[in-house]
Design a protein around this ligand. Sequence first.
Ligand code: ATP
Length: 544
Amino acid sequence: VEVESAQCKQALMEAQGRNQALQEQLSVQRQILRELEQQLHESQRTSSQLRQQILVYEGEMERAQGQLEAEMQSLEEEKNRVIEEAFIRAESEMKAVHENLAGVRMNLLTLQPALRSLTCDYNCLKRQVQDFPYMLEKAITEAKQEVRAAHTKVSSANQELLRKYKREMNLRKKCHNELVRLKGNIRVLCRVRPVCAGETDAADTKNIVTFDPDDDAVLYLSNKGKLMTFELDKVFPTQATQEEVFQEVQSLVTSCIDGFNVCIFAYGQTGSGKTYTMEGVPEDPGINQRALRLLFSEVSEKKPDWDYKITVSMVEIYNETLRNLLGDNPNEKLDIKMCPDGSGQLYVPGLTEFTVESVEDINKVFDLGHMNRATACTNLNEHSSRSHALLIITVAGFNSSTGHRTSGKLNLVDLAGSERIAKSGAEGSRLREAQCINKSLSALGDVINALRSKHSHVPFRNSRLTYLLQDSLSGDSKTLMMVQVSPLESNVSESVCSLKFAQRVRTVEIGPSSSSRRQAENSSTSSSPTHDSVEQTEKQPTVT
Ligand SMILES: Nc1ncnc2c1ncn2[C@@H]1O[C@H](COP(=O)(O)OP(=O)(O)OP(=O)(O)O)[C@@H](O)[C@H]1O
């Protein structure tokens, strides 16, 4: 029993253990059951909600179906209406097309004859095109022959014209020379400046100059109650304009295009209008600017046969010293030398030359010249009265059809004041200035005298001025002296001196022919400097 009791106890314990496990399983199963019941309940609730929703949807679907059917109905009606309209339109368009077609058929009937004539034309043209190369070749050959004939004709006409042109040019040159010869290779004109504002109130301002209304070469001067008469080549009264003065000198200016050398001098006492005549004022320029403008227009007219180069130099002669006014260094002194080529020509080593082609170029050159002239002196007005200013214009031409070349020089000179300085008042540098001016103006007078008198010796080398201008004063060169005179009584003695000088220069007898003169000049060019045989005191007012 004890053994069985132990076994029973063991079995009981196992049975209790199994019972315990089953109990636990049961409670888990119960829990699951509860949850499932809850889920079922919720599902039932959801299902009833869904059923209700289904009912709502079914109601909406019914309503939508009703609307759809109504819309389909209306679309069906619209479709029928549109089809009907399209049908009507198509019918009318069809009718129009039929009508067009009938028109086109009619046109076709009328076009057929035109087509037939076009075909005929086409065939005709085709035949012509086939013949064209042959005809073209024939026409080209004929045209070539005609061109050759015309070319030969034009060439011979050209040759003839060129020959005539050359003859005319020579004739023009001869006529011009003859004209200048008749007027004299050296002409002396006089210009009387007007009384300036500010001069009318002062003493001695009486106007003592009168003119001859019938003779523009005569001028009367009342000197201490005595009427003096002067006869020159032409006299410009006070009211003469810059243009009128220029018209008188313009033939000389243009002659340098033909290869002549020309000198135009303005001579007279300080304040007599030399600078006004040569340079003028900006609003009314003088000979310098007008000459360059005229040269520009003349050479442009001669294009394209002639090609010209115009160059400009500016020089000042002060106390017998030459200064380069267009150079980099206005204080640099220049020398005059004989060309080493043995031609007898003179040249100035280091002299600056500018090529000018327009009025702007001229203005730039003049501005530079004025600036350089002013740089080296303290009082420009006084300095310019005591120095000679030279504008040297060179015109070199080349004719491309004839190969002809020309070279002419135009020297425009504003001389130093010619007035005499009282012996007592001149000393030191002023005396030297006066001596230099006296020397150069005397030398100029001597040279002009010698040239007009056809002297065998012309004293070019007696001053820098005449030496520099030697090639422009000799040979076929032309010279014009513009004697400037003040009309005031206070200047009467200087005016008398200037006019006497002018008249003497003008009335010197004309000597042998120009060819013998040239020989004389050539021999004089190579000779050593000698003093002139012409009486200096006879021709030139004395500057002491
Ligand atoms: N024809 C003229 N018409 C109007 N004004 C003139 C005329 N000639 C000269 N003048 C005036 O007279 C004054 C003196 O002239 P200008 O300076 O030309 O004399 P100049 O002889 O060159 O003197 P300088 O020897 O001192 O250089 C200037 O004010 C100038 O404007």
